[in-house]
Design a protein around this ligand. Structure first.
Ligand code: SF4
Ligand code: MG
Length: 323
């Protein structure tokens, strides 16, 4: 359904050119969930914004690649055609619902607007659909609460409203960028469960962007791990949990509490991700990598084929797998 090929995005900053996305390729099929994982600044959000067509220029500029969605390269569409794809065929859910929702419009009216504007429905029918949607994302007393404003809802309820907005036009693809990061842990789990359930019911594709490997285990089919603007590991989720094929993925995995490994010490990855205007030569991860050796400082690893469904951009992926 979606195939991103060799996507490149640059930002011009005072420090020089930052390659925020440096040759990223990934795909999502209908009914599939792809988790895109990485620390902040790894390029995961920028990739999604380029896919969505909301990468505001300047300073960000797409300098190469293709975003093929249902047979068309979206990067070649005119802005008005692009706008039609957005919302109707693909929709995005952001971390911060409060700044994404209109503060002076009731949530019922905001949802109803989706149907009056995009579907030409009467106000009355649109309002009825809005209440149905609120019910569907399990907002209690939906009919009464439709008249309330975003600030009158809790963080978890607002995130449900964001999900309802995204689902309104039944898009084929949803991109959720850190959808639960601002919520506390119990509410996080409920919202994630709801999103996964609706995705299943509606048969949509989902790209779930997160820095938290803990939230993807139960919902994702595949994982793409990003570091410094590139994909460093791409694999079915169970393979990754069994044995990561990249030291960075291992580092992320080791910093997540796991019930099955109770008592094991949690280790965070030492150091910080690089400044994207000065990405280290060779393997960008080498200054932080426990397996690094000389070749890593000079030779950039390609995405090696670990299996038919798995790739790793580490010269020593075999060693990492066996570790
Ligand atoms: Fe570490 Fe070298 Fe593999 Fe990069 S290529 S992840 S530095 S072992
Ligand atoms: Mg982000």
């Amino acid at each position: 359904m979606l195939e991103v090929r060799d996507l490149r995005v640059e930002f011009h900053t005072r420090d020089g050119v930052a390659k925020a996305v440096d040759g990223v390729s990934y795909g999502v099929d209908a009914g599939e969930t792809l988790a895109v994982l990485g620390e902040s600044g790894s390029g995961k959000s920028v990739t999604a914004q380029a896919v969505m067509g909301i990468l505001d220029v300047p300073p960000g500029r797409i300098t190469g690649g293709e975003v093929v969605f249902r047979g068309r390269d979206l990067l070649k569409l005119k802005e008005d055609e692009r706008r039609k794809v957005r919302g109707a065929e693909m929709a995005m859910i952001f971390q911060d619902a409060l700044s994404s929702l209109n503060p002076v419009l009731s949530v019922g009216d905001q949802l109803a607007e989706m149907f009056t504007v995009h579907r030409g429905m009467s106000r009355r029918d649109a309002r009825a659909r809005a209440v149905e949607l609120m019910d569907r994302v399990r907002i209690p007393a939906a009919r009464e609460r439709a008249g309330q404003y975003p600030h009158q809802f809790s963080g978890g309820m607002r995130q449900r409203i964001m999900i309802a907005m995204a689902l309104a036009l039944e898009p084929a693809l949803i991109i959720a960028d850190e959808p639960t990061t601002a919520l506390d842990v119990t509410v996080q789990a409920q919202v994630m469960e709801l999103l996964a359930e609706l995705r299943r019911e509606l048969g949509m594709g989902l790209i779930l962007i997160t820095h938290d490997l803990g939230v993807v285990a139960d919902v994702a089919d595949r994982i793409a791990v990003m570091y410094a603007g590139r994909i460093v590991e791409s694999a079915p989720v169970h393979d990754v949990y069994k044995a990561p094929a990249h030291p960075y993925t291992r580092g992320l995995l080791d910093s997540v509490p796991r019930l099955d490994l109770k008592g094991r010490e949690l280790r965070a990855i030492k150091g910080l991700p690089p400044n994207l205007t000065r990405v280290p030569p060779g393997c960008a991860f080498h200054p932080r990598c426990p397996l690094a050796r000389d070749v890593c400082r000079t030779d950039e690893p390609p995405l090696y084929e670990v299996s038919a469904t798995r790739g790793s951009a580490c010269h020593f992926w075999r060693e990492c797998l066996d570790d």
